[in-house]
Ligand binder design. Structure first.
Ligand code: ADP
Ligand code: LRH
Length: 467
């Protein structure tokens, strides 16, 4: 199978195999991804992503199937003939500034949460669509990024459920589009295409000799959580660590209480009817944007992290989730300003700055996982870190220290593995449930264990953020 995994910082096409005792993914093609600023807007290079996807799938052949997952919330609009209306806009674009407050005047946060269970993020699809105003008049269909690419591959229009659940237009209890909510905020329900389950076949790819395209858990985080190598019966939390840290718990049903709303936790739909109860922590975006500010190539990251590991722990920390870290820009300057605002001396030099980012991220991991446990009345005995952040030893070690429980790091390519596992099942492999899929991940993938050391005072560091 070809697993196409499009992250906000890179896209990759992996050739994957799954069977009894076997699970592997091998990188066939990797390409950079990110925002393209043109005029006043920040876009994705959607045609470039489609071209790379097609080329990667061709390189991965011969194949039994292909599946696409990507970052959530963003979309393309089609007219009634199926043509793309405008280039998809990046969720870090400023077009939704002020929109959530306007929507709140029509539908309260409590009501929105009751229906959708989603955390308030300024870039939720609902807010992006509202920001389009009367441009929506020309649109017949809204397709999220993987659904758009699937449409171009197969001609079939639909919305895969795990990603639909990130739009804030999906009824988390009824598992349908929240059409009356959409109408109330001015989004025509005709834009919302028929829903499809992860694991269903989208159709044959016309340009790929009829290769079956499978709707995987098309939200990358849904696919990544499938491949969390949790052992049966353990009380685990997960962090899908990449551009974002998606940190939380897997639940059988949504948690929609006032405390969860106040703590801004989300209830996204997972594969096999599970709920991802988590919060978006700002993630390694702040580090990659810092490197960009310094014109420092990615290849220098391991060296910088090694230097940061030698710098003193918790010398300065910031609230990494503060809104000023969301848009692209000069992160070192924003970090220095945040330190000054909380009476701390800003980090001096690159190693100290990287240390500050990693410590601040670990602190946010701790805060988020502790809150998830309290909100659900569950214990957390181990934290799984999957995704690119599993390669960051300092982050894994600091997260274990901060959370006070062991961290199990890996697999790095969890999203691609989850993508392959769901495809394999759709194509007839005997993988009856998530437990069977995770058993295969445990059996076949490398996982590294980090014990908490108990050295640093994380409570004191947290207190500094509010001083
Ligand atoms: P996304 O899917 O959001 O694009 P990834 O899961 O690919 O993100 O993770 C990308 C991040 O992984 C990078 O921003 C970087 O911080 C981290 N990373 C990648 N390679 C390494 C490495 N060799 N050492 C440490 N961290 C790494
Ligand atoms: C991670 C992710 C996350 C979303 C964000 C927009 O790649 O899908 O789950 O909140 O991108």
């Amino acid at each position: 199978m070809a697993a196409v995994d499009l992250g906000a910082s890179s896209g990759r096409v992996m050739a994957g195999t799954a069977g009894p005792g076997t699970l592997s993914v091998e990188e066939v093609r990797r390409f950079p991804n990110g925002g393209v600023r043109a005029g006043p807007s920040l876009y994705w290079d959607i045609l470039g992503l489609y071209r790379e996807t097609l080329a990667g799938i061709r390189e991965a052949g011969p194949l039994d199937g292909a599946g696409i997952d990507s970052w959530a919330v963003d979309y393309g609009l089609l007219d009634e003939r199926g043509a793309l209306l405008g280039n998809p806009v990046h969720y870090r674009d400023s077009r939704t500034d002020g929109v959530p407050a306007k929507v709140a005047a029509t539908v309260s946060a409590r009501e929105l949460y009751d229906v959708t269970g989603l955390q308030q993020l300024p870039f939720n699809t609902l807010y992006q669509l509202v920001s389009e105003g009367d441009r929506l008049d020309a649109a017949a269909t809204m397709l999220l990024i993987p659904d758009l690419l699937n449409y171009w591959l197969t001609g079939s229009i639909g919305a895969e459920r795990t990603n639909a659940s990130t739009t804030q237009l999906y009824d988390v209890r009824e598992q349908t589009w929240a059409t009356s909510l959409a109408s109330r905020v001015g989004i025509p329900p005709r834009l919302l295409p028929p829903l499809r389950d992860p694991g269903s076949v989208v159709g044959p790819a016309r340009e790929l000799a009829g290769l079956p395209v499978v709707a995987v858990g098309s939200h990358d985080t849904a696919s990544a959580v499938v491949a969390v190598p949790a052992s049966p019966g353990t009380n685990f939390a997960y962090i899908s660590s990449g551009t974002w840290s998606l940190a939380g718990l897997e639940l059988p049903a949504p948690e929609l209480g006032d405390a969860a709303l106040a703590a801004n936790f989300t209830n996204e739909g997972g594969v096999d009817g599970t709920i991802r109860f988590l919060r978006n922590v700002m993630g390694l975006w702040v580090l990659s944007e810092t490197l960009r500010t310094w014109s420092c190539p990615d290849a220098e990251l391991p060296g910088l992290l090694a230097a940061a590991a030698e710098a003193p722990a918790l010398a300065a920390v910031v609230d990494i989730d503060a809104p000023e870290f969301l848009p692209p820009g000069d992160m070192p300057a924003r970090i220095a300003a945040a330190c000054r605002a909380t009476g701390q001396r800003p980090p001096s030099g690159r190693a100290a700055t990287v240390r500050c980012i990693v410590d601040s991220l670990a602190l946010a991991h701790r805060r988020t996982i502790r809150e998830a446990a309290v909100l659900t009345g569950r214990r957390v005995d181990v934290v799984h870190i999957v995704g690119g952040g599993a390669r960051n030893e300092l982050l894994c070690r600091s997260t274990a220290d901060a959370c006070g429980v062991p961290v199990l790091a890996g697999p790095v390519e969890a999203a691609a593995l989850g993508n392959v596992l769901v495809q394999a099942r759709a194509l007839g492999e005997d993988l009856p449930d998530l437990a069977a899929m995770r058993a295969l991940v445990r059996e076949t993938q490398e996982v590294r264990r980090y014990e908490p050391s108990g050295g640093a005072d994380w409570d004191a560091a947290e207190a500094r953020l509010t001083s």
